[in-house]
Design a protein around this ligand. Structure first.
Ligand code: GTP
Ligand code: MG
Length: 197
């Protein structure tokens, strides 16, 4: 898919404040610092459309971007950020889960996972939660430029095996680097395919 336009629409502090759910929507979720905002920028060929930071917890609201005047791409706050208070973490979780459960036009949720790590409990639990709630999702591995190609494949394989302990099949899986702009076209093709743009 060629990106002709991508514009910031609004930041929302609760799901009820999000834009009218009248066009298809795709959202990025994952742990703080996994690279959600960076990958959105890479996909949109923009440097600073979504705000990024080396410090986890940068994105704290639901951010909507309007792409090609046809669909929304949504940047969500990260989950599992340890350095905020328990109350604040609960508030983030509520914001994210309410959005996911209530957003009627959400076509697919992309769950981002840092490819450098062994399967983490918090991600596995989040994926289980998506399954239990019937949320359509795919998995995107991020930061592939930080490992040698063999190590990337080995970690992805590990993850698949972990998922197959509880799932009969596997979701769509993408391997990406925002830094090197790799893997972004496959995600855009999936989006185009699921909506026939
Ligand atoms: P929160 O908004 O805090 O939840 O984080 P986020 O998931 O949006 O992460 P963000 O895109 O802000 O990136 C976090 C850090 O990882 C930044 O320092 C990025 O430059 C870096 N980063 C993101 N993607 C990549 C990648 O593909 N390769 C490398 N090497 N660094 C990356
Ligand atoms: Mg972010």
């Amino acid at each position: 898919m060629v990106i002709k336009s991508a514009e910031f629409v609004k930041s929302s502090g609760k799901w009820q404040d999000c834009p009218e759910p009248n066009i298809p929507e795709y959202a990025f979720i994952g742990r703080s610092n996994v690279g959600k905002s960076s990958l959105i920028n890479a996909m949109m060929n923009r440097k600073d459309l979504a705000k990024t930071s080396q410090t986890p917890g940068k994105t704290q609201l639901i951010n909507h971007f309007f792409v090609n005047e046809e669909w929304y791409l949504t940047d969500l706050p990260g989950y599992g950020y340890a350095r905020v208070s328990k109350v604040q973490r609960k508030d983030f979780e509520k914001l994210i889960t309410n959005y996911i459960l209530n957003r009627k036009n959400l076509v697919n949720l992309f769950v981002l996972i840092d490819v450098r790590h062994t399967p983490q409990k918090i991600d596995i639990e989040f994926i289980e939660w998506c399954g239990e709630n019937g949320i359509p999702f795919s998995i995107i591995f991020t930061k592939s430029d930080k490992l040698k190609p063999n190590a990337v494949l080995k970690n992805v394989e590990n993850y698949k095996n972990e998922l197959l302990k509880t799932w009969e099949g596997l979701p769509e899986i993408y391997i990406t680097s925002a830094e090197k702009k790799e893997g972004t076209e496959a995600i855009l093709s999936f989006i185009a395919k699921t909506n026939e743009f």
